[in-house]
Design a protein around this ligand. Sequence first.
Ligand code: FAD
Ligand code: SF4
Length: 505
Amino acid sequence: VRHLVVVLGDQLDAESAAFDGFDPRRDRVWMAEAVGEAEYVRSHKVRLALFFSAMRHFADELKQRGRPVTYHELDPHDARSSLAGRMTADLRDWKPERVIGVEPGEHRVREDLTHAAHEAGIPVEWRSDRHFLCPREVFDDWAEGRKTFRQEHFYRMMRRRTGVLMDGEEPVGGMWNYDAENRASFGREGPPDHPSPPAYRPDAITREVLELVARRFGGHPGSLDAFAWPVTRAQALDALQRFVRERLASFGRYQDAMWTGEPYLWHSLLSSSLNLHLLRPHEVLAAATAAFRDGVVPAAAAEGFVRQILGWREYVRGIYHRFMPEYAQRNALGADRPLPEFYWTGETAMACLREAIGQTLSTGYAHHIQRLMITGLYSLLLGVRPKEIHEWYLAIYLDAVEWVELPNVLGMSQYADGGLLASKPYAAGGAYIRRMSNYCRGCRYRPDRRTGDDACPFTRLYWAFLDRHRRRLKGNPRMSLALRNLDRIPKSELREIRKARPEKR
Ligand code: FAD
Ligand code: SF4
């Protein structure tokens, strides 16, 4: 074997740089399912099934294209295989001249595989990942010399660089940002009629994987009953077309709204397909901007969606690679509480958390505001250790891969990087949740109460959070209104807020 071409579970693109110069007579693709990766965190069963099924489908596709593939399926009796261990054994047998791959997205995996190849005395060539629209050098150039790294600045640079939604040097429609039009709630009536997202019925490969996961990882959180996610490129492309045709027009407007029993609303549900590289970001952007040009969707919807893909997704990747591995250790607010057990079960009297977690256990999914302003917010206010909440997010969402999950959790939602990513903590009380959802109507607590038996835990913890971090937040002009309101709370009430214990359930 000349080249052993490594393809990881989140690199499922037959046109990726790993295959440049691939010669089927001399080269071989290498893929593996490893227990070590499945158990590194207590992964949701849906996340495991998604990865394994998509990997198996992809390996079949490569074989159909005439590329030889060595694929290690997970052995249900295997207690502890690791990716690097499996590779070491194969390097011994195959003795390739070189290991080739696209740079792994996750820092730990890159270190482990590089180490394994070096130990075997075989050179490794990691090629830069063409999937992304912002090469790492471009991000570093942009970041160099900056004290703060605001997404908005990065996003405008990317709009100019790519020409997406641009009229020469100016943004199409004259506005960079339609956020003000994109914060609608559903009022009292609830969401208007909307189409359900497409469901992809498990085929024979997926059914086999579902059985394997149920048997081997039965103790992991979550349910497989409703599994219907895209696992092939053809399905992912179909999901993209359906989203653009049926839901994009209202995506922006209801981006932040939440409603009981409505996990998907107008969201795209494309994150898992993008993160596994079944979809390429430039084709997702092309589909959305074409719909705008054809007059099918308004500017606010197109821009709101483009910002997520061209702005946030590329930006958090840049932050991850620039600051890892040190970034993962940050804990700027000194958070030191354990993660409440109900995060793994959804069994809590707090209706908003019960809904967001319960929905995630049955589907593997929650949308952005549920992640940021329900599960993330509660952990921030309580002061959960960043490492614990990070591992929960990495385990529980089907689209979780570390380069995107970690900056979102540690930086955006927990402020554990001290403001590198977000200009202020995303802290709020129950009033925000009441405004943006109907959760409070089915809750035993009252969002407007900060003390007493029926005080909303979010509201009480919000004031306790501001009180605890008053000194650190004082210098931040975006927090001054909140701190002035804190000063208006009578001393006796503040003492009661400080004394209250966190909810066990
Ligand atoms: P949509 O709402 O339809 O958005 C469209 C696309 O934009 C998404 O598919 C995604 O690719 C991208 N996007 C949107 N917001 C972000 C963001 N903040 N960062 C990066 N990309 C974004 N996203 C993940 O892909 N994996 C994660 O593990 C993950 N963990 C998160 C943890 C926390 C605490 C928070 C606050 C956000 C996290 N996100 C993560 C970002 C975002 O919540 C999800 O991408 C989104 O909810 C996925 O659903 P969707 O495809 O329906 O997205
Ligand atoms: Fe959540 Fe508080 Fe509303 Fe209950 S009252 S649903 S705990 S915000």
